[in-house]
Design a protein around this ligand. Structure first.
Ligand SMILES: Cc1ncc(C[n+]2csc(CCOP(=O)(O)OP(=O)(O)O)c2C)c(N)n1
Ligand SMILES: [Mg+2]
Length: 803
């Protein structure tokens, strides 16, 4: 044997052989899953399949170097890796393919994600953290290409924080920052901005991140020529390489079918990253796709015969087998035996998974058939109902959908009848849907009762001669308390460090708490968010600062696809309690308008969205959020930093409740709901309205997601019978959402005497400067006249036409 791969501890030749055969078994199992998986889709049992064939070998090498406490952030090709670290079995694979909704059987996401999306569990049943240092961890995959990159940065940075920041309770998360964050990405996905942004940021931060690029020279049908300059990602990244004077990257290139080279490369990279906290790129070339990209097409359509022949020849499993025989690790016969046995095992796993997937549906089907049958026998519509029953009987491999749909249809034929058999059917269907729905809809937010909305309000308190200070001082002093009280909190963003943010809400705090906890970052919103997600996944409490609300758009993909779905897609098995701090509302200019809340509330379901009207409210939200563990966006009011507020004397203690509105002015004629900076104008107008005899009630929404859990606005409408929602978003934006909440969800339509209305900005982006604001967003006169018009319509005598 010409090579002996390095391991941290020397092992015997027998052990070495056993390891190799173990790897070969996993490679075979994984390949067989891919092959049968494709068939399951083509025969209609599964909807879609994207598999790891052709990428087995490098993943086995990565798994060998992967240690307890490490984290993966990867993509859909990594089934072999997940099998090798013992977190994924052939049976799991098929349950994932069929979308079994039982987490015990489909441990990746209980059928919520399509197969090929992996993750491990960080939380115990009771929501407490597991000891992540004692297990191999994977953050949960998402489908958007390169979407795994931003969070990878934070997963790696956490090691740096744990190594260098003192006082954090790190026992469950880190051993002196020795953990590596391992990224995987396809060659074509390196064309994404997220990839380059992450690579640059990790180079700046110098964190233990190892990115493997699985290079099969294609991104679906598009070859490297159209993906990557010079068709070679590691070559073009060479400028990132470190040298003896300047920190940077280690870049390694290795052939994906060369077992020993892979093992060496991964062991070396792992040691280096752990010791030196240097980021590393491993470009794994000459990989193949034996079955093409996914089940959606065939690669014979776009690959030449020459390429296909090359791929057959370089198939990493084939090469591995040849290497095993050439190096006399074992005999051909033994391999053949092994191959036969694995084929059998995978086939059995597939069969069992399919039966387990179907079993509860079949049971439900037979119960329903008998209930429908009994109801039919006591109905005038027996013939019709029997047809529905027979349709259900004909479905041999029923889904939940078939059962629910047929049951509901049967009920339509029983309209107007009242028999015990019908009631039994109704009851059963209701229960069936009630049981099914949470399987698809739970965990968008942390489940009640312990979630953030249950943190009770603690009001700010004031001393007798309370000082009036700029709003930013309230924030700053509160952050000071936060950093003192919670060692695991850290804040980072553009200009957040040395100058203490553009509005001085963090003034002096970097000096006090250090450059790692109060940090400046590059201009890179997507990875500021990703950094936060990764840090939060590893037990820290990051506050990611986005300088202005408008620039949240750069981080929106990561916020929406990754953070907002995280609890949901893991069915509560991982959490990332990231707080995103930003500032907005009533700014001026097309890209400084600070008002696009409608977009955010729709795209960020799964996060809390909080719009405090002043800095005391904002500080109170941070305090509430730190007492709980859920992700949130806090939009501070940009024009409020210099407005005077009384300085509370219970800094760090007072808590603004989430999901609770506040009535700022009582009135009897009309309910005005608004939030943020526009609310200040509404309050002024409410005073002016009094002069014409209109007594408006003004309510601060305060939290948009969730909105008014106690239905206080409904109580107000019951009294005033009129409703106007005012905001600075586009027409039909956040105001439409609020109207729907109040009118439809709270049922306020029953108490309205006038049409519920909205007053918003114009549909275009706001023009610049004071006039631009006046003619783009709702101004005081607009609000006054809108309220007046509603009153005029009801009572033209008392409120004659204004203009
Ligand atoms: C943002 C985004 N754009 C497009 C897609 C559709 N898509 C899925 S995989 C893929 C190709 C990825 O190729 P590569 O990164 O080389 O990985 P490979 O599948 O070859 O391993 C594309 C375009 C997607 N999932 N996400
Ligand atoms: Mg590719």
């Amino acid at each position: 044997m010409s090579v002996k791969y390095q391991t941290s501890s020397d092992i015997s030749f027998e052990d070495f052989k056993a390891q190799i055969l173990f790897d070969y078994k996993i490679a075979l199992t994984s390949r067989e899953c891919s092959i049968l998986g494709r068939r399951e889709v083509l025969t209609g049992k599964a909807k879609f399949g994207i598999f790891g064939d052709g990428k087995e070998l490098p993943q086995l090498a990565m798994a060998r170097a992967f240690k307890n406490g490490d984290f993966r952030s990867g993509y859909y090709r990594d089934q072999t890796f997940m099998m090798a670290i013992g977190q994924f079995t052939a049976k799991d694979f098929f349950h994932g393919l069929y979308a079994t909704t039982d987490l015990e059987k489909e441990p990746m996401s209980a059928g919520r994600q399509m197969g090929g999306h992996f993750g491990t569990y960080s939380l115990n049943e009771d929501g407490s953290w597991k000891d992540l240092t004692k297990q191999k961890n994977s953050s949960p995959d998402i489908s958007p290409t390169a979407g795994q990159m931003p969070r990878l940065l934070g997963l790696a940075q956490a090691s740096k924080i744990y190594r260098h920041v003192e006082g954090i309770k790190s026992a469950k998360f880190s051993h002196d920052g020795n953990e590596v964050a391992w990224g995987t990405i396809g060659n074509a996905s390196t064309s994404e901005g997220h990839f380059f942004e992450t690579i640059n940021a990790a180079g700046v931060l110098q964190v233990p991140m190892i990115v493997s690029i699985w290079d099969d020279e294609y991104g679906i049908s598009v070859p490297a020529k159209y993906q990557t300059t010079k068709e070679d990602i590691s070559k073009i990244l060479e400028g990132f390489k470190r040298d003896k004077d300047t920190p940077g990257y280690e870049i390694m290139k290795v052939k994906g079918w060369d077992y020993t080279a892979l093992i060496h490369t991964y062991e070396n990279a792992s040691d280096m990253a752990r010791e030196e906290h240097v980021p590393i790129i491993i470009h794994v070339v000459e990989l193949t796709q034996p079955q093409g990209h996914s089940t959606s097409g065939s690669h014979e359509r776009y690959k030449s015969e020459v390429r296909l022949e090359w791929e057959r020849e370089h198939d990493c499993n084939k090469r591995f087998r040849e290497w095993i025989l050439a190096n006399k690790i074992t005999e051909e016969d033994t391999l053949k035996e092994m191959e036969k046995a694995i084929k059998r095992e995978v086939r059995t796993a597939k069969k069992e998974a399919w039966e387990e997937f179907l079993a509860p549906h079949k049971k439900a089907k037979s119960t329903l058939i008998s209930l429908i049958d009994q109801a039919a026998n006591h109905s005038a519509n027996k013939a019709f109902i029997t047809k529905v029953k027979n349709d259900l009987i004909a479905v041999e491999e029923p889904l939940k959908k078939d059962v629910a749909s047929k049951g509901r249809k049967a009920l339509r034929y029983l309209l107007g009848e009242d028999t015990p058999q019908k009631r039994a059917l109704q009851l059963w269907i209701n229960q069936f849907i009630e049981e099914c729905q949470p399987k698809f809809s739970s965990h968008l937010y942390k489940e009640q009762p312990q979630n953030a909305t249950s943190i009770p309000e603690i009001k700010p308190t004031y001393s007798e001669n309370t000082e009036m200070v700029d709003g930013r001082i309230v924030l700053r002093d509160n952050f000071d308390q936060i950093f003192g009280k919670y060692p695991e909190t850290l804040i980072f963003g553009e200009d957040s460090g040395a100058i203490g943010d553009v509005n001085q809400g963090l003034e002096g705090l970097q000096n006090k708490y250090g450059e790692l906890r109060v940090a400046d970052t590059g201009i890179r919103e997507a990875t500021i968010i990703g950094q936060g997600i990764g840090l939060a996944l590893r037990g820290l409490r990051p506050i990611a600062e986005i300088q202005y609300l408008d620039y949240l758009m750069y981080g929106l993909q990561t916020l929406s696809d990754d953070l907002s779905t995280l609890l949901y897609r893991t069915v509560g098995k991982q959490k990332a309690p990231l707080i995103v701090r930003t500032r907005g509302h009533r700014l001026e200019g097309i890209w400084h308008s600070g008002s696009q809340m409608g977009g955010f509330i729709h795209l960020l379901r799964g996060m809390y969205i909080l719009v405090p009207r002043n800095m005391t409210k904002a500080a109170g939200f941070y305090n509430t959020l730190l007492k709980s563990d859920e992700p949130a966006l806090v939009v501070e009011s940009l024009n409020g930093y210099r407005l005077k507020e009384p300085l509370p004397n219970n800094m760090g203690e007072f808590c603004t409740p989430i999901g609770v509105v506040e009535t700022l002015k009582h009135g009897s004629d009309i309910t005005l709901v608004s939030y943020g900076s526009t609310l200040r104008i509404v309050m002024e107008v409410a005073q002016e309205l009094k002069e014409v005899g209109i007594d408006a009630e003004v309510i601060d929404a305060q939290t948009l997601l969730p909105f008014d859990l106690g239905h206080d606005v409904l109580e107000s409408v019951k009294k005033t019978n009129r409703l106007l929602v005012i905001d600075e978003d586009v027409p039909g934006g956040c105001s439409a959402y609020l109207i729907r909440e109040i009118v439809e969800k709270q049922g306020a339509y029953r108490y309205l005497d006038s049409a519920p209305q909205t007053l918003t900005a114009n549909a275009h982006r706001p023009a610049y400067a004071s006039d631009g604001d006046y003619f783009s967003k709702p101004n005081a006169e607009d609000i006054f006249e809108k309220v007046y018009a509603i009153m005029h319509e009801t009572n033209p005598i008392d409120y004659p036409k204004l203009r």
